[in-house]
Design a protein around this ligand. Structure first.
Ligand SMILES: Nc1ncnc2c1ncn2[C@@H]1O[C@H](COP(=O)(O)OP(=O)(O)OP(=O)(O)O)[C@@H](O)[C@H]1O
Ligand SMILES: [Mg+2]
Length: 271
């Protein structure tokens, strides 16, 4: 893919709207996104937080090419997205590994299906597995791995195509707190190495701040960008950053932004 002109965003959502229409008269259609505008720079890590059902996964799925926008446009390097592609690696919340395949086979499946030669992808897959901390587990099956290890396999699988963009939808949501912190640091280390542009969705405001250059909070559905904060602390970051003055101030701002959206519906007006 040719380099984008200087100043052009790597990713651009412009006036994106998404309506899920229903075939049944008894089920109303859902307006998931409306006037959703967002630009993401090359090699930026951007996280999205927001109330449940506000359209976060919808935005990511349109960028991945799994869904079509009802209106507006999503572009990568100035080209409108028309479907999934190897330039965008995707990591989901639940590890979606094939249980009958070994770790190595799961990681290489996509490239193998593209017809690339084994001597090209297999050494790369083995190196990636070392990089995500799974050396020695190449021949294991998914059931023999912990949840955190399965997510590491998913990340290796997403990176095998050396994608310029990594899309992560609550990838650490099902993990315990300690494993989650380890995975956040792993992600920052991988970013230093590969420099992908990352769109990361999470419910955990602290996680978003720890890994991101920028965090946006969305409104409730139909979702659009409500608040945007920039994280100034240089990357790579260590655990000391958690609890620093910058971290705490951003955390407060983002929690308030999200919570005020949730509480509009939940809390009855005072008499
Ligand atoms: N395939 C679909 N068909 C119909 N409606 C859908 C579909 N996918 C999502 N929706 C609806 O669109 C809205 C936004 O869903 P989405 O999954 O994007 O929310 P989200 O912000 O990712 O929520 P969560 O934080 O719970 O994952 C929801 O009301 C959901 O019911
Ligand atoms: Mg979601």
């Amino acid at each position: 893919m040719p380099d984008a002109p200087v100043g052009q965003s790597k990713i651009s959502f412009a006036g994106v709207e998404k309506v899920y229409s229903s075939a049944s008269a008894r089920v109303t259609s859902t307006r998931a996104l409306e006037a959703f505008n967002l630009d993401i720079a090359r090699a930026e890590i951007l996280s999205i937080v927001g109330p449940t059902g506000c359209g976060k996964s919808t935005a990511l799925n349109i960028l991945a090419g799994f869904e079509l926008a009802s209106a507006g446009a999503v572009q990568v390097d100035g080209n409108v997205i028309v479907g999934p592609g190897p330039d965008r690696g995707v990591v989901f919340q639940q590890a979606s590994l094939f249980p009958w395949m070994t770790v190595l086979s799961n990681v290489v499946l996509g490239v193998k299906c593209r017809g690339l030669p084994r001597e090209d992808y297999e050494p790369r897959a083995r190196r990636l597995l070392v990089e995500v901390g799974l050396k020695g587990f190449e021949g294991h099956y998914p059931y023999q791995l912990s949840g955190g290890m399965q997510q590491r396999v998913q990340i290796a699988r997403a990176l095998i195509n050396e994608p310029e963009i990594l899309l992560m939808d609550e990838p650490f949501g099902a993990l315990d707190y300690q494993t989650r912190l380890l995975m956040q640091k792993l992600l920052l280390r991988l970013w230093e190495h590969f420099r992908p542009t990352i769109l990361f969705i999470t419910h955990d405001v602290g996680e978003a701040i720890f890994i991101s250059d920028r965090v946006i909070a969305m409104t409730k559905r139909p979702g659009r960008v409500k608040r945007e904060v920039r994280v100034q602390a240089p990357k790579p970051r260590d655990y000391e950053f958690i609890g620093s003055a910058e971290f705490t101030a951003l955390e407060r701002e983002l929690v308030m932004a999200v919570q005020s959206e949730v509480e509009v519906d939940e809390v009855p007006a005072a008499h």
